[in-house]
Write a protein that binds this ligand. Structure first.
Ligand code: NDP
Ligand code: OXD
Length: 312
């Protein structure tokens, strides 16, 4: 039996599609009449405190999200393997966001928008893409896809990961000891890291001060599409104010929804989107999770299992 426990998404829609795909395998939702001990899989997003109560026969927790930081913090998370969402459609959507914001900042959008507002004709030529360095933090599923889609646009690419990664046309940096060298050659910093104790607060004033300063008019740029816990918002406000950063694109926030009182709303060089960089799409998600259940029921090992020790 599969139990859905999805908050803040259209659970009924997912349930209908999963039932159609998995039939006759039983799919239930909270509020249905079922024996919790008969549940073998729970499909979860932002689970409530009681989400796992009574699920004594679980074989796996299936995470609607690619990021599992919220799940791992659940106080009563059972000891079953966690399978996270890995999906070409999700990667494409995230890369769409990354490419849009990288190209916008590369072409000095903030500068020309301000000029237009002031009716100012001031010619300034952006650097070529090849003269502009995009540094991707996190070279996993999403980071690699973003790099692959930025490459044909001609950007100089570098990446930073925990362990060394090699991708043609991308200069790889790995580990805490290589972080400063990675930042020193980066004009546009893209964050696609998972949120773990090591990466919490990594987008801070000190980090911003280490980025390359002489390439993009206005200063270096950050793009955070991973988690709000990665960023120190007071530091972003300060850095955008004093020119340490030229602009910031933020899809995620320390508190979501971003409170109305946040000063970020009023900063013209801050580009806010409400955690919409990439959605887990039911069409491909239902196929992915149904296949996982079918395969596992047929005795095959689970795929894309989270390493709880590493936290991602
Ligand atoms: P992956 O697990 O595939 O990749 C994570 C990458 O981060 C790996 O390259 C890993 O290194 C690296 N990493 C982890 N810890 C460190 C560290 N301490 N120092 C340096 N590098 C580190 O994750 P995904 O690419 O699938 O997803 C990334 C994140 O994107 C998710 O965790 C989620 O938070 C966020 N996300 C946001 C969405 C949105 O709509 N805003 C949508 C989907 C995801 P290594 O390769 O060596 O293991
Ligand atoms: C995810 C997300 O982690 O949507 O998939 O944030």
């Amino acid at each position: 039996m599969l139990l859905l426990h999805l908050s803040d998404v259209d659970e009924a829609n997912w349930a209908e599609k999963l039932r159609a795909e998995l039939s006759p395998y039983p799919v239930v939702r909270r509020g249905d009449d079922f024996d919790p001990a008969a549940v073998r899989y729970i499909f979860a997003w932002k689970p409530k405190p009681e989400a796992f109560d009574g699920l004594t026969g679980l074989k796996a927790v299936l995470s609607l999200g690619a990021g599992v930081d919220g799940l791992l913090k659940h106080p009563r998370l059972p000891d079953a393997p966690i399978v996270r969402f890995v999906d070409a459609d999700l990667s494409q959507r995230m890369s769409d966001y990354v490419v849009a914001h990288v190209t916008m900042h590369h072409r000095l959008y903030s500068r020309f928008r301000a000029d237009q507002k002031a009716r100012r004709w001031s010619q300034l030529y952006p650097p070529a893409a090849s003269e502009t360095s995009v540094g991707i933090m996190g070279m996993g599923v999403l980071g690699q896809d973003a790099a692959a889609r930025l490459k044909p646009l001609g950007f100089t690419l570098r990446s930073w990961s925990r362990t060394p990664k090699s991708m043609t046309g991308v200069e790889g940096f790995a580990g805490a000891e290589a972080f400063d060298a990675f930042l020193a050659g980066t004009d546009i910093l893209v964050n696609l890291l998972p949120l773990t104790p090591e990466t919490t607060g990594i987008l801070n004033y000190e980090t911003f001060g280490k980025l390359r300063r002489d390439r993009l008019d206005g200063g270096p740029v950050i793009i955070n599409a991973a988690r709000g816990g990665h960023q120190r918002e007071a530091d972003i406000v300060r850095a955008l104010g004093d020119g340490t950063l030229g602009a910031a694109s933020l899809d995620v926030f320390e508190t979501e929804p971003l409170p109305e009182s946040s000063p970020l709303w009023d900063i013209e060089t801050c580009y806010i989107t409400p955690h919409i960089a990439a959605i887990s799409n039911p069409a491909s998600g239902v196929r992915y999770f149904s296949q996982i259940i079918r395969d596992h029921e047929a005795g095959k090992p689970l795929i894309n299992v989270v390493d709880r020790q590493r936290g991602y």
